[in-house]
Design a protein around this ligand. Structure first.
Ligand SMILES: [Zn+2]
Length: 232
């Protein structure tokens, strides 16, 4: 520590902290940073070791980012790396924690991305477009009749939290896929196309009223068409 009153007062407080211990991991982090600032890295590391041993009772604990001890582990690992020390058990624990955190983060992002696409809209091909698809691009909905397609759309809509229908057009989809550089035949092109259409306000909210025209464009009442009991 620095000489002088402030320095010795701080040193005294650290000595007390070391004797009595603290329930706040930041006390140890702060002490370590203070020693790093006066270029005493070994002393800084000693504080992190004391803190880690207090807050991380074993190498098998299931720590999450933000849990007490995780910041100590992080500071300790950084300092040890700076000092050229090889990984020890606590460093490995931190690596696992970080890996775990990254994996969870990726999963959450993936679910959100999926949710957003799912929530935004379901793509529906009207009869003429669907017939053209079955002629020109039979691999998109192999062996599916338009009735089955309509049923699948109704079924998917029923599972959505905020359902909406986007009516597909082959030309628009092909243009869209080209603008995004995705092959138009991929499922993701169709999903993204529907999501983008919904973002641009081109989706129709579902369900229609029971006596309103059906979402599929048949001109029948919803309750007599895709909303009829037993349809799905
Ligand atoms: Zn219908």
């Amino acid at each position: 520590m620095e000489k002088g009153d402030a320095g010795s007062e701080l040193e005294e407080r650290f000595a007390q902290l070391l004797r009595e211990g603290s329930n706040c991991e930041w006390a140890y982090v702060t002490a370590s940073i203070a020693y790093q600032l006066v270029d005493a890295p070994q002393e800084a590391l000693r504080w992190l070791n004391v803190g880690v041993n207090r807050f991380v009772p074993s190498l098998d604990v299931e720590l999450e980012k933000g849990d007490a001890g995780s910041e100590l582990l992080r500071q300790r690992s950084l300092l040890r790396r700076e000092l050229g020390l090889p990984n020890d058990g606590f460093d490995d624990l931190l690596d696992r924690l970080t890996d775990h955190g990254r994996q969870i983060g990726e999963q959450i992002r993936e679910i959100r991305r999926h949710d957003e696409t799912e929530r935004l809209a379901v793509l529906y091909w009207p009869p003429a477009e669907f017939a053209e698809l079955q002629r020109g691009r039979p691999s998109w909905y192999p062996g599916t009749t338009h009735l089955e397609h309509r049923r699948e759309v109704q079924r998917a809509l029923r599972q959505h939290l905020a359902p909406a229908v986007v009516t597909g057009s082959i030309g628009a989809l092909v243009d869209f896929a080209a603008s995004r550089g995705i092959p138009p035949g991929e499922r993701s092109a169709r999903e993204e196309f529907a999501a983008e259409a919904a973002r641009r306000g081109l989706a129709t909210a579902w369900p229609p009223g029971r006596n309103d025209a059906c979402w599929c464009g048949s001109d029948r009442k919803y309750k007599k068409c895709c909303g009829a009991s037993g349809f799905v």
